[in-house]
Design a protein around this ligand. Structure first.
Ligand code: NI
Length: 177
């Protein structure tokens, strides 16, 4: 397994709608390796989820683990996930590995039912609430090119962009000098 580079705002791949996989096969070595690498990258970055576009791959694939690090007990791999039911509304803090140094307060559905394929191509249905419901909605957003920055007000977004792009410039100057 190997670590993948996590793409950060404002990279283009994060804004694009990802493409559905037409086939999921446990013997597809490239796909299985990508999934393993995404899992390792998620754990290494201490994230609760990762979507393929975040590692530069425009495919509808997410990994999530809201449990204890590395024990694998709560690991979810979903290909072509779809929200088939969303109920309630709850506001909570949310961060993103692709949007460094920002925590947003976002309203999301309280409960969701998500359907997709697991890494062997079997149909799975997940009923979720709490953090898992939020993580599923967040990662599926990534597959549609939507970041937490797209779900906050325009004023807050502009504020983040200015502050973040300024800090990027400063770190580049530091690296060059
Ligand atoms: Ni994210």
């Amino acid at each position: 397994m190997s670590m993948l580079e996590i793409k950060r705002y404002p990279e283009e791949v994060l804004k694009k709608k990802a493409i559905a996989l037409d086939k999921v096969d446990e013997n597809d070595r490239d796909l299985q390796r990508l999934i393993d690498n995404m899992i390792e990258t998620m754990y290494a970055a201490a994230g609760v989820g990762l979507a393929a576009p975040q590692v530069g791959v425009g495919k509808r694939l997410i990994v999530i683990d809201i449990g204890d690090r590395e024990d694998g007990g709560a690991l979810i791999v979903l290909v072509n996930p779809e929200i088939v039911l969303a109920e309630g509304l709850v506001e909570s803090e949310e961060g993103c590995l692709s949007v460094p140094q920002y925590i947003a307060n976002l309203k999301r559905a309280e409960r969701v039912v998500v359907r997709g394929l697991d890494r062997d191509g079997k149909l799975v249905e997940i009923k979720a609430d709490g953090l898992l419901a939020r993580a599923l909605q967040h990662e599926i957003d990534h597959l549609d090119g939507v970041l937490i920055l797209d779900r906050i007000s325009a004023i807050k977004r502009e504020f983040y962009k200015k502050r973040y792009l300024k800090s990027l410039k400063e770190s580049q100057v530091k690296a060059e000098s």
